[in-house]
Design a protein. Structure first.
Length: 320
């Protein structure tokens, strides 16, 4: 093997890896330890050993998470500790994340459609480093009295999240304006009441063409951003699955049932970085909701492989 060929092999093997002082000392120590019995070792073999050590170190490093992900995680932990609102209940809120000069502001705003958002309020966490300052727009209001309470704490949020229809019917019967209209009161127009017309067919054909065009554009943009990154979407999906399993402590059986919805994958270009957004579903049976069932939306940087975000939604409140 020529020197240039070997150098090319080394460059390829080391791409994406970081050689720092600690790893250098690890390799040198290992070489010195064996130098008495390996005096005739070639330079190529020594360098191969160095590459092997680096690769093992990279694997041991495991999944990486972005600073934004860490900030959001701190905010979620703070909300649960201070108000008892767990991550599954936060799926009833819209989340925004803004970072400026190392300070990240995470806001969970109650969904303005179908929910009594004034009672749910908004949670705002300002995260700097490992510390978070948290406020709730309904601080000081009473959360007692079920769905008739002045403000909704974890008890009411759980009712909305896991018994949505019954909760909304109760609110509507009490005269509360939630924007919710029961399925019984808004019957869908029945096609059998009239024949299928040419206009119906034309509208259906146009809708199908529009959907096919949008899907083709989604795939084209995804391929374009994938080409800018260092990992493929399939590799990203494998890393993402591992991240979900790690962050949500999924069992081996749950991991096997975690399904990647490739047709829902889309891409975005965030801060000059190609990011893939992947959807995973976990459904453990046909007998209703089981803990950790639902959607897991994950954003992963195709250039660095870092997990940028994970959004979990149990999908039980009519918004999944």
């Amino acid at each position: 093997m020529k020197t240039n060929d070997f150098q090319g092999l080394v460059d390829h093997a080391l791409s994406g890896l970081v050689w720092d002082e600690q790893r250098q000392q690890t390799v040198l120590h290992a070489i010195r330890k064996e130098e008495k019995t390996m005096k005739k070792m070639s330079k190529a073999l020594i360098l191969s050993f160095a590459i092997l050590c680096l690769c093992v170190s990279a694997l041991a490093a495991g999944i990486t998470f972005s600073p934004q992900y860490d900030a959001v995680k701190i905010a979620k932990q703070k909300i649960e500790a201070q108000y008892g609102v767990t991550e599954d209940l936060l799926s009833l809120f819209c989340r925004t994340v803004e970072t400026d000069q190392g300070i990240t502001t995470i806001t969970y705003s109650a969904i303005r459609v179908d929910f009594p958002f004034d009672r749910m309020g908004d949670y705002t966490a300002v995260v700097e480093g490992n510390k978070a300052i948290l406020t709730w727009s309904n601080d000081g209001k009473s959360t007692t009295g079920g769905l008739m309470a002045e403000a909704y704490g974890p008890e009411q949020l759980r009712m909305l999240a896991y018994d949505y229809a019954a909760s909304m019917e109760q609110l509507r019967a009490a005269g509360m304006n939630t924007g919710y209209i029961s399925a019984q009161s808004t019957p869908a127009p029945a096609l059998q009441d009239r024949p299928w017309t040419a206009e119906d067919q034309q509208a259906a054909d146009q809708a199908l063409l529009a959907a096919e065009k949008a899907d083709a554009e989604r795939k084209a943009f995804l391929r374009a951003l994938e080409a800018l990154g260092k990992i493929t979407v399939q590799q990203a999906a494998e890393q993402t699955k591992d991240a979900i399993a790690q962050e949500y402590s999924l069992s081996d059986d749950q991991i096997k049932m975690l399904v990647f919805e490739s047709d829902s994958t889309y891409a975005s270009f965030d801060d000059d970085q190609p990011v893939a957004h992947l959807l995973f579903w976990l459904w453990q049976g046909n007998d209703g909701f089981t803990e950790k069932d639902g959607q897991y939306w994950v954003a992963i940087n195709l250039n660095t492989g870092a997990i940028e975000d994970i959004l979990y939604d149990p999908g039980t409140a009519g918004n999944g």
